[in-house]
Design a protein around this ligand. Structure first.
Ligand SMILES: *[C@@H]1O[C@H](CO)[C@@H](O)[C@H](O)[C@H]1NC(C)=O
Length: 359
């Protein structure tokens, strides 16, 4: 009403002018037309900002490949050249859950005096999500050809990526029965789950990098440490959460490898990610016990992350390296070195190095 009244007066005035001024009618026509124009512009602007521009910034999709269950490092840890066709490195550096803390990752690499030519770095999973710089971390790992195993959060981002781009869900290689992931939550396009939002922003090269991280990685020979001194050599593997002691490496269930924290008694042949369950016992405690009793199916030492609550956990056959960087704790690396001993024998040693993380 308020708008109409002055308009009417206005058009009456225009009508009077019409007698003397032939441009007047056009003015009336334009004001109606400009309302349409305004309406159309509003729709166009809305479309521009809600559909067109956002779509321009959505990276192209890349197809997912099967995630490999077991791979091995692309180098040999040795102080001297070997007959292997792989390059030899003098140190193996395993880094616990970075969770997008790029600055701390840089501090840690500086502290261990990381040298791209001499060192082989493996990320123990969960290097993205939660923290501030997922994409910077990914770009750095890609640019420096740093190796990785998959964490539950990388797997989750792949699942979200598949949902966002309408791709088939990621599958694991070598799994006997078609593996149906049980952790997918139903999502829609207004999903504001941080892992979905991150997945939307990832470029094909980021996805291809994550997709190539295997669940388990064979590391070659690693030390069994006595009191600060190596007392033997054992094949080592990297895995994000843990492995079962009662089955072979190739029979492991990837979902357990990415999520487990405890075994459930009385047989300790079932796992859970929830350590507060009644019969749950830390997986590493059972694993070490079974290794010492000679009951473990495979004699391997395990380097893992995932268990921020238990923090740094160094045992004879298991080394837990997630030291809560995403919650203001520390970021930790296990540095495994190979040197020549007194009688030219190869000696492996290892030590942890940590830096403080900002919350
Ligand atoms: C665990 O071991 C018990 C006793 O040997 C057996 O009955 C049970 O089926 C096993 N469970 C799994 C999941 O392998």
């Amino acid at each position: 009403m308020n708008e109409r009244t002055p308009l009417k007066i206005h058009s009456d005035e225009e009508a009077q002018y019409e007698i003397d001024d032939s441009d007047a009618e056009e003015t009336v026509g334009l004001s109606t037309g400009s309302k349409y124009l305004l309406g159309i512009s509003c729709i166009a602007i809305l479309y521009l900002f809600t559909v067109f521009l956002p779509n321009m910034f959505i990276p192209a999709a890349t197809n997912l490949v099967n995630i490999s269950k077991i791979s091995e490092i692309d180098a040999v840890l040795s102080p001297v050249g070997t007959s292997s066709s792989k390059r030899h490195v003098s140190r193996l550096i395993l880094i616990g859950d970075v969770h997008a803390h790029y600055t701390e990752l840089q501090h840690l690499l500086k502290k261990v005096k990381y040298d791209r030519k001499q060192d082989y770095v493996v990320m123990l999973g969960d290097f993205i999500t939660k923290g501030p710089d997922s994409i910077k971390v990914l770009d750095y790992l890609i640019d420096n050809e740093i190796d990785c195993i998959m964490g539950n959060h990388e797997y989750n981002v792949l699942q979200n990526y598949a949902i966002f781009h309408g791709l088939q869900q990621p599958q694991f290689e070598l799994v006997p029965d078609a593996f149906v992931p049980s952790t997918i939550r139903i999502k829609d396009s207004f999903n504001n789950d941080p892992e979905f939002l991150l997945a939307k922003k990832l470029q094909p090269k980021h996805i291809q990098y994550i997709n190539k991280c295997s669940v388990i990685k064979r590391l070659g020979d690693t030390p069994i440490m006595g009191k600060n001194k190596p007392k033997g050599v054992i094949p080592g593997i990297a895995v994000h959460a843990g492995i079962r002691w009662d089955i072979t490496l190739s029979a492991q269930d990837p979902e357990e490898n990415l999520e487990m924290r405890s075994f459930i008694g009385p047989y300790y042949n079932e796992t859970t990610s929830d350590p507060s369950l009644p019969d749950a016992v830390s997986w590493s405690k059972i694993y070490n016990m079974k290794q010492k009793e000679g009951e473990a199916v495979e004699r391997v030492s395990v380097y893992y992350g995932h268990d921020a609550r238990r923090g740094l956990s160094l045992k004879e056959y298991t080394k837990g390296l997630d030291t809560r960087c995403s919650r203001g704790g520390e970021l930790t690396a296990m540095v495994i070195s190979s040197d020549l001993g007194k009688h030219d024998e190869v000696v492996y040693t290892e030590e942890t190095v940590s830096v403080q993380c900002q919350e």
